[in-house]
Design a protein around this ligand. Sequence first.
Ligand code: CTP
Length: 454
Amino acid sequence: MKEIAKRVLIGITGSISAYKTPLLVRELIKNGIEVRVAMTPTATRFVSPLTLENLTRHPVAVDMFDERIQNDGSWHVHLSHWCDAMLIAPCSATTLAKLSSGNCDNTVTALAMSLPEKTPLLVSPAMDTEMWLHPATQRNVRSIEQDGALVIEPEEGELASGLYGPGRLPEIDALTSHVLKLLNRMELISQNEEMMRTVDAALQQPVYDLQEGVDHDAFDAELELQHLKESLPISEQLRGRVVLITAGPTREKIDDVRYISNHSSGKMGYALAEIARDAGAEVVLISGPVDLPEPDGIRFESVESAQEMLQAVQVHWTDADVGIFAAAVADYTPVAPANGKIKKSDEEVEFVLKKTADILAWAGENKGNKAVIGFALEAENGLENAKAKLEKKNADMIVLNMVNQPQSGFGGDHNTITLVGKHGEQSFDPMMKTQCARLILAAAGELLGSSKST
Ligand code: CTP
């Protein structure tokens, strides 16, 4: 397979969502893309150029006269010819106006104007709803599209102002996927003259229309999948090993139509299962009820209650090399679940609950040479509690996340984790659950490596 184009120039402009751009840059780098950054002076009020310099390991172009970027004074020509594509994200209303009128009074617009004709410009506007819907903004969007820019429609949702409407910067994974798809498509262009004409026509469409074309194009999707797989930074230690994972919530029966449960989405456990599978592991996924499709290529056990989950773990435990206990298991279950439906009669009703079996603790007691990894969702004293759990449950590592942190815990696509081991801990910035899964599995691989040598 031919390499996809790999160099992306990111222009950041003055919208509050600029604070998300380090995550975007990091995600692209993790996908094997080389990234350079230019920022408008206003953007530096929302995100520090230093953070982006550290991530890209290159000076960020903010000031046109910055000695570090000069390259004999033709810095804009060098950078705009260096990249395979440029993405402006977030793109403010002001920058849209400047792009539309050809105003080059900052590094971002100067670079966009200097791009060679064949280099695509992706633009991801983000602003308050009224600004986005304003006729002047819409006119500028149409005008830059006519000039060949590919505009990513902003998402609808809650905005920094507290208002709700279109104007949000798309999530980082959506932006990453726009960039990867564009680069893959460009690779096809260089590979195939015949295809080039069709693709060129598609490139004239806004990216959200392009998506449809991409979906129909299995060849394209395969290239992207292959590329993503190649970028997995997971050690070879997991290849051929059996990784047992619990995921999702449990349901504890009250009667035949009611239960006690929680909001766990299962996303973390499913991400672990898919990434472990792609790293060559044999995966056993034991899942409570979730809305996610059963992943291909793994052994899958669907369970309801904590007791059923424990039994499924016990059945598969002998074979396992690693156990990762990501499920949000109910801590208590009704002592006497009723058959049928409990009728409404008394003003108050009491249920007696008993503790469920602690599956992680059971695995810790029956550990042998296996690596055991648990999770801890904490509201306070996170590190202290995670260390106590590590000890009490005889685990090798606890993945700590805090209830009250943004981008953490149940539901969303992101998590903010600290890996707590016997010899110390490491905290990470918020990242996608798939990326958390890679870190956890890399640590699992190391645990296996060290247990083999002792
Ligand atoms: N766990 C388990 N079986 C249970 C309860 C929890 O396997 N019956 C696992 C979870 O999958 C997770 C870890 O234990 O890996 C969470 O530890 P736990 O002490 O149960 O955390 P909390 O439920 O948050 O406990 P507490 O409310 O006491 O903090």
